[in-house]
Design a protein around this ligand. Structure first.
Ligand code: AMP
Ligand code: MG
Length: 407
């Protein structure tokens, strides 16, 4: 019996736990999930400093039209120790330089007129103008980045600002990718009659990389038990094992029984979805094992809907399923009731409305319509027909092409 889509995905996610945390150099943490909160070791800024190139002054000295004597200069990077602004004086100061003693206001060059070692302030000044105060951004001991946050450039900047060149993030799974089939040859080898190139290894490795995992490409297992058992055993060294093909009803579809032979506990086989019905999922020593169907489109869609969320969960992400975008269907679609259908669509923005149209032939064998799609519409199992103009929910797989009206 086939499982429902929702049950199958919930079952998978229920079996997945996050990988242990590890310390990595700062730049290796981009896009990864912080495993422990980060507290500020000091205030940010660390000291009062100038927000402008200009003059450090005493606000009270600027009330009269008396020019101030320019007495010293403070470039960025210098120390203000021993420098102070005396009454009736101003110190030249550059952006980022520490505010000297006696100064309570910075007047930008644009608002001052310089002449003969003196400066005339042309504007009304208020105490505190153009000073970045110590701790106004972050205070010492404050939590600046919470555990579970995904590190983006701003977070990386914050960590760097605090002198942190290492960061503790959740691990990346090593994902073994095993292609199966007697008809397969490796990319670069001559292709004989009846043979096809093992392209799934590449789309799967690409998808694993895109999700943040580390692909371990195992090559090809042939359609016999010995070859499958040998390669599956190798694949079980990784954190996750994905196989493609050999999981349907064909005479030589031996993946399921070979999985059993190497001790993988099967948790489901077949899901009420199209494409991707023969997908199987199991566990061996706590490691998730996905048997995906072999048609390249089915392989990619089942990866997207089942494997990617699992990998993200292992990497500590809390949002593991792509958010749905709602769009109106351009044309009516007839489908089989009782199955979720993943429709390859092209979503465009027409005058502020998102319109989704089929990217073409939806046969599982048609790769070009997968290539043209920028989204996967998830059509509910309960429906037999979706009318033109109805709203559908879509996982955007190409975030760039999605909402730009010119595309
Ligand atoms: P199967 O499930 O073994 O019957 O395979 C289904 C279809 O996917 C067949 O047309 C296979 O030739 C094709 N296929 C299987 N493995 C791969 C692969 N690694 N790369 C590209 N196509 C594949
Ligand atoms: Mg096969």
């Amino acid at each position: 019996m086939a499982e429902t889509f929702e049950f199958a995905r919930a079952l998978i996610l229920g079996k997945i736990t996050s990988l242990p945390a590890e310390q990595v150099p700062l730049l290796e943490a981009v896009g990864r999930v912080l495993a422990a909160e980060v507290k500020a070791p000091w205030d940010l800024p660390r000291w009062d400093n100038s927000a402008m190139d200009g003059f450090a002054v005493r606000a009270e000295d600027c009330q009269s039209s008396q020019p101030l004597l320019i007495d010293g200069c403070l470039p960025a990077g210098c120390s203000a120790v021993g420098i102070s602004v005396s009454p009736g004086c101003a110190v030249r100061i550059m952006t980022g330089a520490p505010v000297p003693a006696g100064c309570d206001t910075i007047v930008p060059f644009e608002e001052a007129e310089e002449k003969d070692q003196h400066v005339l302030i042309k504007t009304h000044v208020r105490v505190g103008d153009h000073i970045r105060f110590r701790g106004e951004d972050v205070q010492q001991h404050q939590v600046v980045i919470a555990a579970g946050s995904v590190l983006r450039p701003a977070g990386i900047n914050m960590l760097a600002s605090f002198g942190m060149d290492n960061v503790t993030v959740f691990g990346r799974p090593k994902v073994a990718i095993l292609s199966t089939g007697d008809e397969l040859v490796e990319l670069g080898e001559p292709v004989g009659p009846g043979q096809i190139i093992n392209s799934n290894a590449y789309s799967l490795a690409a998808a694993v990389l895109e999700a943040g995992g580390e692909p371990v490409v195992l090559g090809i297992a042939r359609d016999n038990r010995e070859s499958l058992i040998e390669k599956l055993t190798e694949g079980l060294q990784a954190d996750v094992l994905i196989t493609s093909a050999g999981v349907s009803m064909g005479d030589l579809d031996l993946v399921r029984e070979s999985m059993e032979a190497v001790g993988v506990e099967r948790l489901f086989w077949k899901v009420d979805i199209k494409p991707g019905r023969p997908t199987a999922f199991g566990i061996k020593d706590g490691k998730p094992v996905f048997s995906l169907p072999g048609n390249p489109v089915s392989t990619m869609i089942t990866f997207e809907e089942f494997v990617r969320p699992a990998l993200l969960k292992m990497m500590g992400h809390s949002r593991v399923i792509r958010p749905f975008v709602k769009a109106n269907l351009q044309e009516s679609i007839t489908k089989k009731a009782g199955r979720v259908q993943f429709l390859r669509v092209r979503v465009v923005n027409k005058d502020g409305h998102l319109i989704a149209s089929s990217s073409g032939d939806q046969n599982t064998g048609i790769l070009s319509t997968m290539l043209r799609a920028n989204g996967i519409a998830v059509l509910p199992a309960s429906r037999e027909r979706i009318e033109a103009g109805e709203e559908v929910e879509i996982h955007m797989i190409d975030a760039v092409a999605d909402l730009d009206p010119s595309l």
